[in-house]
Ligand binder design. Sequence first.
Ligand code: NAP
Length: 245
Amino acid sequence: MPLLGFGTWQITGREATASTAAALEAGYRHLDTATIYGNEAQVGRALADSGLERDDVFVTTKCPPDLAGQELDTIKRSLDLLGTDHVDLWLIHWTPAEGVGLDMWERFVEARELRLARDIGVSNYRAEQIDELVDGTGVKPAVNQIKWSPLLFKPHVLAQHRERGIALEGYSGLRGGTLEDGTVAEIAAHHGRTPAQVVVRWHLQHGVIAIPKSTKPERIRSNADVGGFVLSDDDMARLDALGRG
Ligand SMILES: NC(=O)c1ccc[n+]([C@@H]2O[C@H](COP(=O)([O-])OP(=O)(O)OC[C@H]3O[C@@H](n4cnc5c(N)ncnc54)[C@H](OP(=O)(O)O)[C@@H]3O)[C@@H](O)[C@H]2O)c1
């Protein structure tokens, strides 16, 4: 799974096709969508038009827990819209109102067995909820996608995922004032980079998957252009410390 992906929340219609096309053009090989984003067809259109091999792009979509009982129909509809016979990762979008979704997770396992999803995971789960899911089904999610940024950094949360062998995928890392934070800005200026590049780089150096979203081609390109610099241990420690603020 590529550590860097393109987020597509709140991008719909032609803009979703154009932004996803710009991301693929910029080199992203991982796309993150969801049933509730209402853009799977547009993301799929950009993927088809890119001329890239299907196996060269990692595609994630998600099923909302209110569609419990209709899981297989939901993924088949997602696949139709995306124009593919499988997704690489399928996530329970958030925990159901009651319980942790044991029945839903069983259907997810079935989808994986049917090769409709190469792998399965969850989103917005706490570690204890993941434990409950695993205890109840014997099957571990590959990934947990949660809200994550330097301002939200909690070392124990990272450790909980490591200990369980579950990949941590961060979302909304550029929101919530992170890009305006003085420390982020200072580190960015020091490296001659943008605050967004520093935040993406911080994810990658922690081994956390980052999925920045933008509708602007220039930002889409620059958010992925994070290979030419390294955050020092001191930079990383200063960014981590923002989570204690
Ligand atoms: N599992 C979940 O429950 C969940 C929840 C939320 C999001 N997600 C996923 O995670 C992805 C990322 O999260 P997100 O969309 O909430 O937020 P994000 O990627 O952290 O931030 C997006 C915001 O930052 C702006 N932005 C992007 N690049 C920028 C740059 N270089 N400089 C300044 N501003 C910049 C964007 O505006 P412009 O578009 O105008 O550039 C947009 O307003 C989503 O798209 C979605 O795929 C999942």
